[in-house]
Design a protein around this ligand. Structure first.
Ligand SMILES: [Zn+2]
Length: 160
């Protein structure tokens, strides 16, 4: 039986099909972060208005323990930079010029969703923090963080 999150994701893809036109599917969505992502898609749809400008996601993934959402429009494919310094990790979106005002708003919406994922368990969405699981980092709550092997976290991707 498909999970609740899978149904939510299918529903989202039906509502905003133009966002998910990526042929090679580099889109991974995580259970605990799905509701924030859905809210972000709703905000993006409103920001675009009637003209969708070729907006689509080019990649969605987990990186350094939090979500990353990459997009492209007919006008621009923004570049993403992750800069690590002693104060932490700085995420930048570059390549946006003055005339890309809608794309700038979209970048802000997606950065906000990414920031929320830093504090939410990748599996269940409860308050969590980024923890190390073997070789990788993931944001997990107390319950799911107890599985130090990371096995439980592997099922965090919404597949079905
Ligand atoms: Zn959890």
């Amino acid at each position: 039986m498909p999970s609740h999150e899978f149904e939510q994701l299918q529903n989202l893809k039906q509502r905003f099909g133009y966002m998910f036109q990526t042929p090679l599917l580099g889109l991974d969505f995580y259970r605990g972060w799905l509701s924030d992502f859905i809210s972000a898609c709703e905000e993006i749809d409103a920001a675009l208005g009637d003209d969708k400008r070729g907006f689509h996601f080019t990649q969605a993934k987990e990186k350094y323990g939090s979500a990353r959402y990459y997009f492209s429009t007919n006008a621009v494919s923004p570049l993403r930079l992750s800069i690590s310094d002693p104060n932490g990790l700085l995420e930048l979106t570059t390549g946006l010029k003055d005339e890309h005002d809608v794309e700038k708003r979209i970048a802000i919406i997606l950065h906000a969703a990414e920031k929320q994922s830093l504090h939410k368990c990748i599996l269940c969405g409860a308050t969590g923090k980024v923890r190390r699981f073997g070789g990788w980092l993931a944001c997990a709550c107390e319950v799911h963080g107890a599985d130090q092997s990371g096995d439980a976290l592997r099922s965090a991707v919404v597949r079905r």
